[in-house]
Structures are given as structure tokens and as C-alpha cells.
Design a binder for this molecule. Structure first.
Ligand code: KG4
Ligand code: ZN
Length: 394
């Protein structure tokens, strides 16, 4: 079966195409294409993601990405003559996406139907205007190519990014079954512990009460005068502080670290960084050395909290698999700290970390998450698919 997936929940536009077969225990996946356009640089001037700009950029990016994805998958065949499209239906569907409308219909009217059996699309959580662009594009493909749609939860996509084992850059194996598991999903919009014994049936056992870990990285980076997205910037400065063995001059709080719950909180850390930078800049602007020292302390504080809460989550659930995924799992210090915890205190636990290339948003993880549903024919009617900004697990 061939699946085309679309991701537009935040500031990355992604389209991937996979072909999948199954054995008793595994989904065997070949990546035929995996295309991504990041808007991060555009949003940097606003210090975060600006929803209407995100929507507009997704709409501009989707048609060229679709063309590329089909070309890379060797599924792009131009027609000798164009068939008429069901224009009326498509006009209504794409009325709110003028940037997408003309280009997409032009592309679709000029190519043969590719050998794609289903389209998967992120329907939440995320920015609703951004989600709608991807959803409407998926609906248009579904209508024109007469194929069904699988709506996917973005966070479940992150989870699948860690479940997939890369045998080569093009071949991934995904287990069908898993021992009782806990997933730590750490992204720009979410930070949560999810417990499950069966893929598809999830229970959130702890989550942030305010900011997500990635959001905390981004906000603290802004206070240090670093660009968006802040996580990689803070990680870079923290690494330099370690390499230069700079002294630890400041101590930041580890909010809720010792409380008897798997819930987390990061807004106090951001406020402490705000106070610290306000105090330090009363005399002089922040020096590069100060920025490095503070960046390392921010990274250490977030890592300490995540390690401590992971320990609690693993004890509480008695899980035998621990999954780490989401944009913040691109942070080497955090992942190494979690790995050390598992090695030293939970030797019986299997650790699955998403490959760095799939840690931040991408469409491949959405295709992976769609596999079990698509293979068992669990599709959703076009009219029932909507964007859900705060989508929870079903
Ligand atoms: O999963 P993701 O791409 O998007 C959401 O679903 O939110 O996560 C983006 C977040 C941003 O907050 C970004 O700063 C953070 O992941 N991030 C990092 C690193 N790379 C990305 N945080 C810490 N260290 C990194 N190396
Ligand atoms: Zn994400």
C-alpha cells in the first residue's frame, strides 16, 4: 500500500510518500519521498510562530512540495490532454485557500493519478488556520484521485517517529506490538507523558501545567537575544559553555521537580531567566560568556526536571519501553541524561529515541502513524474531517 502524508500543524510544511508491507510483527516501510519546507526563518522576526503567516506559507508551499514528492517517488506522469476536474466541489473546498487553489488545481489537472492508495493528514493539535490548509489539500487529493483519508494526531506522529527503526535512510521497520510503554513527548506546544499497552489507546499520565519545554527554550532564548527557534541556539551556547568549562555563576529553579506527580511546569523557569537577565543588564548588556553560562543552566534545569519526572513515570507505570520524541528530543544533553537514567536505574527498559532527522515536525512521522489505520481500512469521511487545535487522544 502507498500512503501520501501531509503535515501543516505549525511552521513546517511536509509531504511524504511511503510504501508499506507487513509481516506478523512489523510494518516494513519504504520511504519514496520526504519533503519539507521550514518557515522558521520567516517567523524569527516575530520571535515565534505567527498563525496567519504560517497558513499563507503552507498554502504557497504545498503544491511545489507535492510535485517534488511525486517526482522523487517516480509517480509524476504528465497527461497528454487534461481531464476536467470536479471543479465545483474543489472551488468550494479551496475557497479559503487562494494561494493553494490555482496552483494545486493546475498541477492536478495536468498529471495522471499516481499509485497512491490513501492520504494521511494532521488534523490536530496545532494552529487551526495552519491545520486547515493541509486538511483542505488532503481533501482535494482525495476527491481528485478518489482515495480515502486518514486524519492523524500530530503527537501520535511524534510517537511513531521514535517507534520506527531505520534499517537504511529509506527503510524503516515499525513494530505492531509493544511492551507496556511510556512516551515522553517534548515539543514546542506540548510536554507530556503518555502511557499505553496497545498502540492507538493512550492515557496522558502527566503534562505541563503551563509552558511546554520547547516553548520554554524558545522564550528563554528570546530573553537572551537569540533567534527563533531557541532550542538549538541554547543547545549550541550550552555546549560552548561546557567545552570552555565556564564556571556556574547562576542557579535557576527546577519547577515542580520534587512534587509527587508526573505533571510538569516551565513558566517559573522562564520568569527566573527574565529576572536574572533584567538584573544583569541593569549595568551592562549581557556578555557572550554570560549568555553561554545561562544557556547551560537553562538546559541543565530542563534536563533535571525531565529526568526526575521520567523516573517517576517509569516507576508509576512499570513500563518496559520508554519513548522520547518531539522537537526537544533533538537536544543531545537531554537525551544523554535520559539514556544514563535508563542505563543506571532501569536496565530492563528499552529506550526508543526518535532519530534526530525525525525529531522536529515532518510528514514522514504522519505517514508512519497512518499505517495501522490505513491497512485496516479505518478511514474518515471527508465531511467529518476538521482541524482541532486542541486535539486530545481518542
Ligand atoms: O516538535 P516540534 O518540531 O514542533 C512542535 O510540534 O511544537 O518542536 C519544536 C520545538 C521548538 O520549541 C524548538 O526550540 C525545540 O523543539 N527544539 C529544541 C532543539 N531543537 C528543536 N529544543 C532543545 N534543543 C534542541 N536541539
Ligand atoms: Zn511537533
Amino acid at each position: 500500500m502507498n500512503i501520501l502524508s501531509i503535515e501543516t500543524s505549525c511552521d513546517e510544511t511536509g509531504i511524504a510518500i511511503i510504501s508499506v508491507t507487513e509481516s506478523d510483527a512489523t510494518y516494513v516501510t519504504n520511504v519514496l519521498s520526504n519533503e519539507l519546507i521550514s518557515q522558521a526563518e520567516l517567523h524569527a522576526q516575530y520571535g515565534g510562530v505567527f498563525p496567519s503567516l504560517a497558513k499563507q506559507e503552507h498554502a504557497k508551499a504545498l503544491t511545489p512540495l507535492l510535485r517534488l514528492a511525486l517526482q522523487h517517488a517516480s509517480m509524476f506522469t504528465t497527461k497528454n490532454f487534461s481531464d476536467p476536474l470536479p471543479t465545483e466541489k474543489l472551488e468550494t473546498l479551496l475557497a479559503r485557500e487562494p494561494e493553494l487553489h490555482t496552483e494545486l488545481l493546475q498541477l492536478l489537472s495536468g498529471i495522471e493519478k499516481p499509485p497512491i492508495d490513501a492520504v494521511a493528514v494532521t488534523h490536530g493539535p496545532g494552529l487551526e488556520p495552519a491545520l486547515w490548509v493541509g486538511i483542505n489539500c488532503a481533501k482535494a487529493l482525495s476527491i481528485v484521485w478518489n482515495i480515502p483519508i486518514v486524519p492523524i494526531n500530530h503527537m501520535e506522529g511524534h510517537m511513531y517517529a521514535a517507534l520506527a527503526t531505520a534499517l537504511s535512510p529509506r527503510e524503516y521497520h515499525i513494530p505492531k506490538h509493544i511492551t507496556p510503554a511510556v512516551a515522553l513527548l517534548i515539543s514546542g506546544g506540548h510536554t507530556e507523558f503518555v502511557s499505553f499497552t496497545t498502540l492507538g489507546a493512550y492515557t496522558v499520565i502527566g503534562k505541563t501545567r503551563d509552558d511546554a519545554a520547547g516553548e520554554c527554550f524558545d522564550k528563554c532564548a528570546r530573553l537572551l537575544g537569540l533567534s527563533y527557534p531557541g532550542g538549538p541556539e541554547i543547545a549550541r551556547l550550552a555546549r560552548e559553555a561546557r567545552e570552555e568549562q565556564l564556571p556556574q555563576l547562576y542557579t535557576l529553579p527546577r519547577p515542580m521537580m520534587t512534587e509527587h506527580t508526573c505533571d510538569l511546569s516551565f513558566s517559573g523557569l522562564k520568569t527566573a531567566v527574565l529576572r536574572l537577565t533584567q538584573t544583569l543588564t541593569q549595568i551592562d548588556p549581557l556578555s557572550e560568556t554570560d549568555k553561554k553560562i545561562i544557556a547551560r543552566e537553562i538546559e541543565d534545569a530542563i534536563a533535571d526536571v525531565l529526568v526526575s519526572k521520567t523516573k517517576r513515570a517509569l516507576f508509576e507505570t512499570n513500563a518496559h519501553t520508554f519513548i522520547v520524541s518531539g522537537g526537544v528530543s533533538a537536544n543531545t544533553t537531554i537525551v544523554n541524561r535520559l539514556r544514563t537514567l535508563i542505563d543506571t536505574e532501569f536496565g530492563y527498559v528499552q529506550l526508543l529515541v526518535s532519530p534526530r532527522t525525525l525529531a522536529t515536525d515532518n510528514a514522514l512521522m504522519i505517514a508512519f502513524a497512518a499505517i495501522p489505520l490505513a491497512l485496516t481500512g479505518q478511514f474518515t469521511q471527508i465531511a467529518d474531517i476538521q482541524a482541532h487545535g486542541n486535539l486530545a487522544y481518542s
